[in-house]
Write a protein that binds this ligand. Sequence first.
Ligand SMILES: Cc1cc2nc3c(=O)[nH]c(=O)nc-3n(C[C@H](O)[C@H](O)[C@H](O)COP(=O)(O)OP(=O)(O)OC[C@H]3O[C@@H](n4cnc5c(N)ncnc54)[C@H](O)[C@@H]3O)c2cc1C
Length: 404
Amino acid sequence: MKVIVIGGGASGMLAALSAAEDRNNEITLLERQNRVGRKLLATGNGRCNLTNRNAAPPRYPGGGEFAAAALRRFSVDDTLAFFSRLGLYTVTEADGRVYPLSDQANSVVDVLRFALEQANVTVETSCDVVSVARKARGFSVTSADGRKLFADKLIVAAGGCAGKTLGGTKSGYRLLSMLGHSATDLRPSLVQIKTDLTFVRALKGVRADAALTAKTAQGMIAKSEGEVQFTDFGVSGPAAFDVSRAVSCTEQPVTLLLDLLRGTEEEEIPARLRERADRFPDLAAAQLLTGMLNTRLGQTLLKYAKLDPAAALKDLKDDELAKLAHAIKFFALEADGVLGMEHAQVTAGGVCTDEFRADTLESRLVPGLFATGEVLDVDGDCGGFNLQWAWSSGYVAGKLGGGA
Ligand SMILES: Cc1cc2nc3c(=O)[nH]c(=O)nc-3n(C[C@H](O)[C@H](O)[C@H](O)COP(=O)(O)OP(=O)(O)OC[C@H]3O[C@@H](n4cnc5c(N)ncnc54)[C@H](O)[C@@H]3O)c2cc1C
């Protein structure tokens, strides 16, 4: 059977290798860039966080229920066994994130490339598919240079539109719409959040450990813990990425609340501050949080709480210390949306999953057509979950509706 896979990213390569497990298949992988796995090379800051031991439907705020069947059929263990067979050594970090032992994303791309070669998959790079059409039997696929190819079965693994410079494109949605499929709204996710800069401007470059809550007038919409980085446009870092989807997907004004001393209750803080003030009565208030928080962050919080930085510690009143304690636990920044798709790691939204069978990823509209990876309306948290979806869905789609 002739099989064409459109897209040589994570999911497309897995789909091709999975299809190649049936020797009767003749597989062609078409990739518009001049090499396969270009985005993969940039993942995990060049280290490739290829999966997460905790991958399960709740870690997919977009499409978790739909993703469950594929995540079960080709699980994290299956993924690690698969890569181990390809010769990839991996390490698991404390939070379940898995990386190649080499700490190099190119190790992941290289073992996949070698495997494609070994499995006799024909890989055509610099081949931009511009249209697909259904034939009486199978599909015709046309590339930008006017070439036409025929396939009995077609797998669209063209990815999402996040990370444009790395190949993110809307092409996959367009190709699937040519075959009658529809897509949801597309929003950037796992992306930096823009905020009001009044207090943030002075913090550019500061990193802080925080609990981060995003809320609208209706209440909390997302919560995370970990590193927050202050930038010249707002906040970045893992904790900010984790709540970015919720910020990106709501039309409501959002406030970010940062708890900058997450191990300590608000009520305990004034006594600690008073103790410090008693020990160093003549120090300026500007130094009150020195040793507790990043210096610039401490000084910014002082301003935020409207304390006079020049005042002597001995002159600070109890209500001022209480105000500062509140600022440390509830440092509020008004969000102003998120950066664009070019900065995002993943697309929230995609081709409607109710048009595909969850257990095989075959189209319910067009028999013989499969879609996999980010082009579908599935997206996960930061930490290896999106690549796990790419592997699981790619492997399942490559079975072309059959078992095993
Ligand atoms: C900077 C960055 C870092 C990331 N880090 C991580 C991480 O550490 N862990 C994690 O789990 N996830 C990470 N992600 C997300 C993850 O990379 C993606 O979710 C995943 O690559 C999606 O796989 P995919 O195969 O669906 O799409 P892609 O990997 O994007 O592959 C799609 C491929 O299809 C090709 N293509 C598109 N249209 C056509 C066409 N018309 N014709 C031919 N070819 C076409 C594209 O060029 C591309 O190579 C990161 C993303 C970015 C941008």
